[in-house]
Design a protein around this ligand. Structure first.
Ligand code: NAD
Length: 396
């Protein structure tokens, strides 16, 4: 079939297999051109098919030569519907891993469930033995609790007061004002249940209980802090409460793993175009302004550059892993440089529908958004027939 992008709100409901494969290959090429990383053999990535999780998996296999298990929630093609981008990404990743001689396995299902945890542990036992690094990179709008059966939905809302700020429709370029009412106590509780640390803790508990972690195992989850502009809706809002919970979980896990020489971290990453971040009001416009400033300064990074820096310079670099006063790894350090933030703040004040393409990199944002789904990618003929049915070589 001929596969074209179809959007509904901030999501794209189709994906292009060849385009996704090319995007994965571009990331592989990047890490293969960097110095190799030593010290990791077997990696489990939970939330491994897109964004930061996929980039972590690529760095693990193609910079460190590690075997990986990827857990993710994606759909195969069915009838007239294409597979999801994460499905095509994972298929391309596994094919490349096979050619490179590193093992890779996929488990597709709900990472929040007991069933998927048990299935993953069985796979570790039979194929890899023990895991040295667990990356937790799940971003989800909902979760069903495995013990109580309660279903939670996460919301992105301020707390206490109504928040309003500029936002952009990145398809049309229209800049308008987003007005978001404050969350209720129950919405805060539910957002923490989805995006906080409870599920990460459950994974590590189960892995430890099963003897599936090696001595000196590391685990890392991802967080975001960001600028003043987004604080009320992000860091001081519902999602920020969930991230506080994730960061407290890291401290607990660090103590828990220390007994066997292990460690747990939260890495604060840069704001980037991913399926999750495009759903947050205000953030796409901030990212467009940030991209403009960071590209002009020659310090722009995407997911793969961020994750290579996290692994090579922080987690597996020379000497102690550098952390801030709260124990957090900061690969958002370039984004948060005062001169970068000062320029973004200045642009922000002037941004409007009339000047958004000139003052910000909205065009770059829009293009990257479509590239997440394999579109607008160089070297792909989008008028040609494409087979949407693609197999993941080591799907369990
Ligand atoms: P993403 O949407 O690209 O990836 C999310 C991954 O989670 C996908 O692989 C998806 O399949 C998987 N997933 C979702 N629900 C699942 C479930 N129930 N079971 C198994 N897998 C499931 O998101 P991302 O932006 O890469 O976010 C990953 C982490 O990085 C999040 O914690 C996010 O807060 C953090 N982060 C993101 C940014 C950013 O700007 N994008 C910045 C800093 C930190």
């Amino acid at each position: 079939m001929i596969i074209q992008p179809k959007t509904r709100g901030f999501i794209c409901t189709t994906a292009h297999p060849e385009g996704c494969a090319k995007q994965v290959q571009r990331q592989i090429d990047y890490v293969q051109a960097q110095p190799a990383i030593e010290g990791i053999q077997n990696v489990l990535v939970i939330g491994a098919s897109t964004g930061y999780g996929l980039a972590s998996r690529i760095v693990s296999s193609f910079a460190a030569g590690a075997n990986t298990i990827g857990v993710y929630f994606d759909k195969a093609a069915e009838g007239a519907r294409t597979a999801s981008a994460g499905w095509y990404n994972s298929a391309a990743f596994e094919q490349a891993a096979e050619q490179a001689g590193v093992k890779s396995y996929s488990i597709v299902g709900d990472a929040f469930s007991d069933e998927i945890k048990a299935k993953t542990i069985d796979l570790i036992r039979t194929e890899l033995g023990k895991i040295d690094l667990v990356v937790y990179s799940v971003a989800s709008p909902r979760r069903t609790h495995p013990k109580t059966g309660e279903s939670f939905a996460s919301v992105i809302k301020p707390i206490g007061e109504t928040y309003s700020n500029k936002t952009v429709n990145f398809h049309s370029g229209e800049v308008s004002t987003a007005v978001i009412e404050p969350a209720t106590e129950d919405e805060i509780r539910q957002t923490i249940a989805v995006m906080g640390g409870e599920d990460w803790q459950m994974w590590i508990d189960e892995l430890q209980k099963a003897g599936a972690l090696s001595d000196n195992a590391t685990t890392v989850a991802y967080s975001y802090i960001g600028p003043e502009i987004t604080h009320a809706v992000y860091r001081e809002g519902t999602i920020g409460k969930a991230k506080n919970d994730l960061e407290e979980t890291a401290q607990r896990l660090n103590t828990q793993l220390a007994a066997s020489g292990g460690r747990a971290y939260v890495s604060v990453n840069k704001a980037l175009v991913t399926q999750s971040s495009s759903a947050i009001p205000v953030v796409p416009l901030y990212i467009s302004a940030l991209y403009k400033v960071m590209k002009e300064k020659g310090i722009h990074e995407g997911c793969i550059e961020q994750m290579y820096r996290l692994f090579s310079d922080r987690l597996y670099g020379k000497g102690e892993t550098a952390v801030d006063e709260r124990g957090l790894i900061r690969v958002d350090d370039w984004e948060m440089r005062p001169e970068v933030q000062a320029e973004v703040t200045q642009l922000w004040a002037d941004l409007s529908t009339e000047n958004v393409y000139e003052l910000s990199d909205l065009e770059g944002y829009r293009r990257e958004f479509f590239q997440l789904f394999g579109f607008e990618t160089e070297g792909v003929d989008y008028e040609a027939e494409a087979n949407p049915e693609v197999n993941i070589p080591n799907l369990r």
